[in-house]
Design a protein around this ligand. Structure first.
Ligand code: FCB
Length: 471
C-alpha cells in the first residue's frame, strides 16, 4: 500500500533565503561603505582560499535575472538581507540614495513577479566605521541600528511582507567576538556577552522603530539559530547540566530577553567569572521584548556534548569551526563530541529529528507565537553532469527529510507558517568562502552563470502542489 504524500496547510509559505554579503558583490559601488566582512575576508588566513565577497554572485548587477529565476521556480516569498553599509556607508547619518534605490528596485521587482519580500535588516555586514568605534560591544551601535531600521522602513515601507531585525545574533556575538571565526574576528569572551546584549537591545529598539514608523499591522520577527544539543550520556546528571548550560549561552541568551523579557538567571550565574552584566541597564530587557508576530528558526543539524572528565584531549565538534577559541563562553569544561554521520560537506551531521524536536519544543514554550523556518538546507560537493545538469540527489534527500520533519512538527502541534530554503544560489559561505555550495541553483564562480539544480526542480514541484514529492 502506498501512503498518500504529505500535504502542508493551506497558506503555508514557501520561499528561499540569501544574504547581502554572500551574494551581492559590488562592494565599492554606488557609495557602499566597507563592512566588517570586507575587512575580515581581506585579512590573510581568515577565509578559506583567500576568498572574499568582492564579486560573490554579482547579484547587485544580475538581480533582474535572479528574480526571474525565483519566479520561474515558483517561490512564493524571498528572504534577503539589506547591507547596512549601502544604506549608511559609515553606519550613521543620512541615507545613501543609490543604496536605498537598489533595494527599492529589488522589492518592486519581487512584487512585480508576485513574490513576497521578507527583509532581514542585519545579516552580519556591520559598517566597519561602527566596528572601529567598538562594534557591537558599544551600546551606541544598538541606537545606530534603530536609526538605520527607521530609514529602511521609510524607504521600503508597506511593500515588505515581514521584517526581521537580526539574523542569528548568536553568530554575530559569540562567533564574532569570542571564537573569532566570524567578523570582526575578536576573541574576547566578555566582549561577546556584551555584544549579545547590545544585539538584543538593537532588536528591541529597531522593532519598536519599525512599528512606530509603519503601524501596528507590520509583521515583525527575528531569526535565531537555536542549538539542539543532546547529552552524551542522558543518564549522567553532569551531562544533562552541560546541556542546560549550553541551552543558556546558546539559546536562552536571546530567547530570554526577546521573548520572556529577562536574561535567564542560570546564564548570569554560569558567567560570573567573565562579567557582572552591568552593561544591562534598567529597562533594557523590557525594550528587548518587543512583541513579535513570528519567530524565525534556522536549523541545520544537532550536536552532542558532555562535561569533560579531565582525561585526554577535548573534542570541539560543535560544527562552528575551530580557531582555538571557544564561542561557548563560560563553558570551557564542556566537550562537543563527534556525532555519527551521515554528514554534509560542512561536516554537519544529518539529523531531521532535531528539526522536529526544536519546532515542537518552541511551539510548547511559546504557544502563541507562530514559527517560521527561515533557513534550512545543505552543502554538498555537487558535480555537473555531461548534459550540463546538476544531479544533487543528496541535497534533495536532505530537503525531503527535513521538510517532512517540519510536517511532523506541525502534526505534533507546532504552529509553523512557512519554510525558507537556504539557499537560492551557491554563494560566499563565510569562513569557508566559495568551497561550500548550499544553492539549489549552481553558480559557476568563473563565469557567474546560473544552472538550476535537480533539487530546485524538486522544490518547485513541492511548491506547486503543496505536497512533498518523493525522492
Ligand atoms: C547560517 C547563516 C547563513 C548561511 C548558513 C549555512 O548560519 O545564517 O548565512 O551561512 O548558515
Amino acid at each position: 500500500m502506498t501512503s498518500s504524500p504529505r500535504t502542508f496547510p493551506e497558506g503555508f509559505l514557501w520561499g528561499s533565503a540569501t544574504a547581502s554579503y554572500q551574494i551581492e558583490g559590488a562592494v565599492a559601488e554606488d557609495g557602499r561603505g566597507p563592512s566588517i566582512w570586507d575587512t575580515l575576508s581581506h585579512t590573510p588566513g581568515k577565509v578559506m582560499n583567500g576568498d572574499t565577497g568582492d564579486v560573490a554572485d554579482d547579484h547587485y548587477h544580475r538581480w533582474p535575472a535572479d528574480l526571474d529565476l525565483i519566479k520561474d521556480l515558483g517561490l512564493q516569498a524571498y528572504r534577503f538581507s539589506i547591507a547596512w553599509p549601502r544604506i549608511q556607508p559609515d553606519g550613521s547619518g543620512a541615507v545613501n540614495p543609490k543604496g536605498a534605490a537598489f533595494y527599492s528596485r529589488l522589492v518592486d521587482g519581487l512584487l512585480d513577479r508576485g513574490v513576497r519580500p521578507v527583509v532581514t535588516l542585519y545579516h552580519w555586514d556591520l559598517p566597519q566605521a561602527l566596528e572601529d568605534r567598538g562594534g557591537w560591544t558599544n551600546r551606541d551601535t544598538a541606537l545606530r541600528f534603530a536609526d538605520y531600521a527607521t530609514h529602511v522602513a521609510g524607504v521600503l515601507g508597506d511593500r515588505v511582507e515581514m521584517w526581521t531585525t537580526l539574523n542569528e545574533p548568536w553568530c554575530s556575538s559569540l562567533l564574532g567576538y569570542a571564537s573569532g571565526i566570524h567578523a570582526p574576528g575578536r576573541t574576547e569572551p566578555e566582549s561577546a556577552l556584551r555584544a549579545a546584549h547590545h544585539l538584543n537591545l538593537a532588536h528591541g529598539l529597531a522593532g519598536r522603530a519599525i512599528r512606530d514608523g509603519l503601524g501596528e499591522d507590520t509583521k515583525l520577527s527575528v531569526t535565531l539559530n537555536l542549538h539542539v544539543t543532546r547529552p552524551d550520556n542522558p543518564e549522567s546528571a553532569a551531562d544533562r547540566d552541560a546541556i542546560r548550560q549550553l541551552d543558556a549561552v546558546g539559546n536562552r541568551i536571546f530567547l530570554g530577553p526577546m521573548l520572556d523579557g529577562a536574561y535567564p538567571k542560570d546564564l548570569l550565574d554560569d558567567t560570573t567569572s567573565i562579567t557582572d552584566w552591568s552593561f544591562v541597564q534598567d529597562g533594557d530587557e523590557a525594550i528587548c521584548a518587543v512583541p513579535l508576530d513570528v519567530l524565525g528558526i534556522n536549523y541545520y543539524s544537532t550536536s552532542r556534548a558532555r562535561r569533560h572528565t579531565g582525561d585526554g584531549p577535548m573534542e570541539h565538534a560543535d560544527g562552528h569551526g575551530d580557531t582555538g577559541f571557544s564561542p561557548w563562553v563560560g563553558a570551557d569544561d564542556i566537550e562537543f563530541r563527534q556525532q555519527p554521520g551521515p554528514y554534509t560537506a560542512m561536516g554537519w551531521n544529518i539529523d531531521p529529528s532535531g528539526m522536529v524536536e526544536l519546532l515542537t519544543d518552541m511551539g510548547r514554550r511559546y504557544p502563541d507565537l507562530p514559527l517560521m523556518v527561515t533557513e534550512n538546507g545543505a552543502a554538498f560537493y555537487d558535480t555537473v553532469a555531461e548534459d550540463g545538469s546538476v544531479p544533487d540527489a543528496d541535497r534533495t534527500s536532505y530537503l525531503h527529510d527535513h521538510i517532512d520533519a517540519v510536517g511532523q512538527a506541525i502534526d505534533a502541534g507546532a504552529d509553523v507558517r512557512g519554510y525558507f530554503l537556504w539557499s537560492l544560489l551557491d554563494n560566499f559561505e563565510w569562513a569557508w568562502g566559495y568551497d561550500r555550495r548550499f544553492g539549489i541553483v549552481r553558480v559557476d564562480f568563473d563565469t557567474l552563470e546560473r544552472t538550476v539544480k535537480d533539487s530546485a526542480k524538486w522544490y518547485s514541484r513541492l511548491i506547486a502542489t503543496n505536497q512533498l514529492p518523493p525522492v
